[in-house]
Write a protein that binds this ligand. Structure first.
Ligand code: SF4
Length: 362
């Protein structure tokens, strides 16, 4: 059996960013302790499967502090036989003093950090309601790189007040830290968020699409190749945990709002810290890993859907001819590349991914 990934959702944040719809709440030391104890028990019990990636996301995992996070790392090592060389990632919010935290995480076996920078412009950070400065984020990234941690930075595209020039400067600042991975997300007005209720002025869709494509070109010239719709990395520095999602491999989720895909079934823990602490059962979300789901996830990756992976997963020698036939009409406009052994979206195709997938897999 292939090793699984483990995702730990840490639901605490110092405050709510106006664009964010992830499950998070303010907590204090008592909630952090109770959460850690419950998550530790689940991780130590394991799933009867070995894992080779562990990812702390949120929320703001770094709020737990190094002591609690490393307790959870040790529990996961005990419960899922994480080997030497396993990828262990912690999302870090640079609003806190990161120096001691990063040192303790690196010494405790964490291998990778993902830093929520979002922009190198102070005005843009303020418009996004972020609680850190650009310098804090860049300094955290430089320190993580110096400690030998794989380092990823998050950037947001098409934010209030942004221009192509300011986005390019933010991307250049990320590259200069030595980070070899960058995630870039187009800002969306998610229902229920403060931005959705009171929308700020945003760049228009055509402008945003143009910046996204130019950003890909800029990062490519800096040695960070686009390997997924929103992710760029130097070769060999791709995020192994997230690759499991896009390659439709199995993973276990721990924490409120965490999703799992195990034994061919998808299920999730509902939102709500209390319910998680009380041992509430996860909710079944049906069978997972079918042909269309596998194909749609693969098309998020620049490598796309390959006959080789298809054969290994489904035992069929070639990709379904009906999909290839429908995909071919999108080759001429430059949205799709396809041949006998592969089907993939181009960066321009990524901008239309939902519509293209609906046409190809209809
Ligand atoms: S810190 Fe991250 S998870 Fe928390 S509210 Fe802001 S964007 Fe959402």
């Amino acid at each position: 059996m292939e090793p699984i990934g483990i995702y730990v959702h840490v639901p605490f944040c110092a405050g709510k960013c106006p664009y964010c719809d992830f499950y998070s709440l303010r907590g204090g030391e008592a909630e952090y302790d109770a959460y850690t104890a419950r998550a530790e028990g689940i991780l130590r019990a394991g799933w009867g499967r070995a894992a080779d990636t562990l990812y702390f996301g949120g929320g703001t995992p770094s709020l737990l502090g190094a002591g609690r996070l490393l307790r959870l790392v040790r529990a996961a090592k005990a419960g899922a036989a994480l080997p030497d060389g396993a990828e262990i990632t912690v999302e870090v919010n640079p609003s806190q003093d990161c120096a001691a935290l990063l040192e303790a995480l690196a010494a405790g076996g964490v291998t990778r950090v993902s830093i929520g920078m979002q922009s190198a412009s102070e005005e843009e950070l303020r418009a996004l309601g972020r609680r850190h400065t650009a310098d804090q984020a860049l300094e955290a990234a430089r320190r993580a790189v110096a400690l030998g941690l794989e380092t990823s930075l998050d950037l947001m595209v098409a934010t209030p007040g942004q221009s192509w020039e300011s986005l390019r400067r933010s991307a250049a600042a990320c590259v200069e830290t030595g980070a070899r991975h960058l995630s870039a997300y187009l800002l969306k007005l998610e229902p229920g968020t403060a931005f959705a209720k009171d929308p700020p002025a945003l760049p228009d869709e055509d402008e945003a699409a143009d910046w996204y494509l130019r950003l890909g070109g800029f990062l490519e010239s800096a040695g960070l190749r686009q390997y997924e719709i929103s992710n760029f990395a130097a070769p060999g520095h791709e995020g192994r945990h997230n690759l499991k999602y896009w390659r439709c491999e199995e993973y276990a989720g721990v924490g409120p709002a965490a999703h799992s895909f195990l034994g061919g079934r998808r299920f999730y823990q509902p939102r709500g810290l209390r319910r998680f602490l009380d041992g509430g059962a996860p909710v079944d979300d049906g069978e997972g890993g079918g042909r269309e789901e596998f194909a749609m996830l693969a098309l998020r990756l620049r490598e796309g859907l390959t006959a080789e992976r298809w054969r290994r997963r489904f035992g069929e020698p070639s990709l379904p001819e009906a999909w290839l036939r429908r995909a071919r009409k999108f080759v001429a406009p430059g949205w799709v590349e396809c041949g006998l052994g592969f089907l993939r979206l181009t960066p321009r195709g990524f901008l239309l991914s939902n519509a293209l997938m609906a046409e190809i897999f209809c």
